[in-house]
Design a protein around this ligand. Structure first.
Ligand code: GDP
Length: 656
């Protein structure tokens, strides 16, 4: 048996899929696109469950919608489980009414019943089921209720009902029926409707002229066919809502009240700025720094102990240096930022889970539209505070191709978790009294640069057009701590494993290139090493914002391509090998001033991202040329911004 799991985005599809299939899952890709295809075996049975992408309708406008259409047309599906968000019943049922036209047996999983209850919504499930003529099981993936009943219904008593209620008024229904009869294939009703809607994709594939019917319908209803269909579906849904749903109280009352302050025309942006300041103050300011310094001290002790141990057991000097100056210095210089990242990830997850991020994204929609970006771009930008790779992939929520590509180009500008160490390291040393503020200022600088770049690119290349913000806004709610902790843990863990793999490997290579000269003699001074010569070749590029030719800074910046964490790792290792006990004690980095420090942070923030993110950009752009153009644009922008900061900063320093 083949079961298709279909529903809106964020309806809880993934959660339900996991509950239905346990660990019995296979992940692949849908043909031709980079969307994940997940299949699994239903618990206690042999039925195959396919998790289809989240969609709102069956028009051919997005990859997701196309995949679902094609799947339902081409594969023999025995049962659809239509998952519905009970707090967004109308939007969910809009999809249900479209699924009717495939005439495939259906079960509705009415999810989020816990939330509906909290919001005072009362849904008469029996009435709803009768009106839709579909079996319905109320569930909550969060509280794990109703799942057993759902599985039992699927396995024991496979529903065969396909005589769904008739949705449309008589002339429309009659026309659909007539066209459907002329079609030789399955899914007649769906195809008939799409032909009447003059669907761009299917009209060219099915050889049937329905122009006459379309004109008659238009004449009768004085509307286009798509509008007639949408109207009548919504009429049907409204009737159902009026009869099956009641509410104890006005559910959005609290949210409306909170919005009056948080999304107020004048207050929204200052409040957003304050919240982000607080986030950075806690993560990069005194609290985060204190916790990081504890970890750092622990690592320093470990470093010493290990060095003593190695010397005592008679290890050769190069081995001690490799382990202590190379590997340990490289890896621990990054791991000591874990407490700060934990705070950052935790706070942004709370903001997301409370519903605030979605609502402020809606507010930003107006501003983003002015510069040719969709408000939905804020979603990748928010995810980007963790890591650019999933953020770049999240740009798929944007329908319009150009806006999507623009978002892919701009997402790496957001300071990701790996860039935070660079920022806090320099901010703490050069701006000890205002570390949190200076760190946050880079976040705001990123937003300003994103808006400016989008504005300029729109003027130069693109015409105005935008995808509307259709995401139904979640209400404010107390964050689900299980979700927040899991997500924070997940992000932090991937940072740690990165340090244990990529950074460790890079540290060994770096140590080698810093400890040997071209004749492969060990123990040379670092500025006679192989790497120093390589750095000298490139150092001129960074002269405009460092004010000096520094091979050591040059090689550190370039290693940011491997991973942005590697910049700090590299600075630490070079400092250690040059005899300094910390980065800013090393003569090699004595040239840094507050101005060049800020410029250095900005350059690392805006220049080409790490290889992981570059790979994601390539995937999303779909071709190498666009990707290379984007990387060049980012790096040139970074160079210009950093130089401007350095020159202005030096001017100010001169005046003080
Ligand atoms: P998908 O986008 O449809 O795959 O949805 P997910 O499974 O990723 O769920 C989206 C969000 O809704 C997550 O934060 C889930 O924790 C949450 N969620 C899923 N099911 C429920 C539920 O029954 N009740 C509540 N309160 N939240 C849920």
């Amino acid at each position: 048996m083949k079961i298709a799991l279909i529903g809106n985005q964020n309806s809880g599809k993934t959660s339900l899929f996991n509950l239905l299939t346990g660990n019995n899952q296979k992940v692949g890709n849908w043909p031709g696109v980079t969307l994940e295809r997940k299949t699994g075996i239903l618990r206690t049975s042999t039925a195959e469950v396919i998790d289809l992408p989240g969609i709102y309708s069956l028009s051919p406008y997005s990859n997701e919608e196309n995949i679902v259409r094609r799947f339902l047309l081409e594969e023999k599906v025995d049962l659809i489980i239509n998952i519905i968000d009970s707090t967004a019943l109308e939007r969910s049922l809009y999809l249900t009414t479209q699924l009717y036209s495939f005439n495939i047996p259906m079960i509705i999983a009415l999810n989020m019943t816990d939330l509906a209850f909290e919001q005072g919504l009362r849904i008469d499930v029996e009435r709803l089921s009768t009106m839709l003529n579909v079996p319905i099981i109320p569930i909550s993936c969060l509280k794990r209720t109703g799942i057993k009943e759902l599985i039992m219904l699927i396995t024991k008593d496979t529903p065969t009902i396909t005589n769904f209620p008739s949705l449309y008024s008589q002339p429309l229904q009659e026309t659909i029926r007539k066209v459907a009869e002329l079609l030789p294939i399955d899914a007649k009703e769906f195809l008939a409707i799409k032909l009447l809607e003059a669907d761009v994709e299917l009209s060219t594939k099915v050889d049937l002229d329905v122009n006459e019917s379309i004109s008659q319908l238009k004449a009768h209803y004085k509307l286009g066919v798509s509008e007639i269909l949408a109207n009548e579906r919504y009429n049907f849904i409204e009737k159902i809502r009026d009869e099956a749903v009641s509410s104890r109280e006005k559910p959005k009352l609290l949210t409306d009240k909170i919005d009056r302050i948080l999304l107020n025309k004048y207050l929204a942006i200052p409040i957003f700025v304050l919240i982000m300041l607080l986030v950075y103050f806690l993560a990069a300011g005194p609290v985060g720094m204190f916790l990081s310094s504890l970890v750092e001290r622990g690592f320093a002790a470990l470093n010493d102990a290990l060095a003593n141990f190695l010397v005592n057991v008679g290890a050769s000097p190069w081995a001690v240096s490799l382990v202590v100056d190379g590997i340990l210095t490289g890896v621990t210089s990054i791991l000591s930022f874990v407490p700060q990242l934990l705070i950052l990830f935790f706070m942004t997850d709370i903001l997301e889970a409370s519903g605030y991020m979605s609502r402020i994204a809606f507010f930003f929609d107006r501003i983003f539209r002015k510069v040719g970006l969709s408000g939905k771009a804020l979603i990748p930008f928010i995810i980007g505070t963790g890591c650019s790779v999933p953020a770049i992939m999240a740009s798929r929520v944007i329908e319009d191709e150009r806006e999507r590509k623009l978002t892919v180009l701009l997402t790496p500008f957001i300071p990701c978790g790996a860039k935070l160490p660079i920022i806090t390291l320099f901010a703490a040393y050069f701006f000890p009294d205002t570390t949190g503020l200076v760190s946050a200022s880079l976040y705001f600088l990123a937003i300003i640069i994103i808006l400016l770049t989008a504005f300029v690119l729109k003027r130069v290349f693109y015409k105005q057009k935008y995808s509307p913000f259709i995401q139904e806004l979640p209400t404010y709610k107390a964050p689900n701590m299980r979700y927040v902790l899991r997500d924070t843990g997940h992000k932090t863990w991937s940072f740690i494993t990165n340090a244990g793999s990529v950074i460790l490997f890079a540290s060994v290579i770096l140590w080698f290139l810093l400890s040997f000269n071209w004749k492969l003699q060990y123990g040379v001074a670092v500025d006679k090493s192989i790497l120093s010569d390589v750095g000298r070749l490139f150092s001129f590029i960074f002269y405009p914002f460092l004010g000096t030719n520094s091979w050591a800074a040059a090689v550190s910046i370039i290693q940011g391509l491997v991973a942005k964490e590697q910049v700090v790792s590299s600075l630490s290792i070079i400092a250690k090998l040059s005899g300094g006990d910390s980065i800013f004690n090393s003569p090699l980095f004595a040239f840094f001033t507050p101005a060049s420090a800020y410029a250095f942070m900005a350059f690392n923030l805006f220049s080409a991202p790490c290889f992981g993110a570059i790979g994601a950009m390539y995937q999303e752009f779909g071709n190498r040329r666009t990707m290379i153009k984007a990387l060049l644009l980012q790096t040139i922008a970074a160079l210009l911004i950093a130089t401007l900061i350095f020159q202005l900063g030096t001017l100010v320093e001169g005046l003080l």
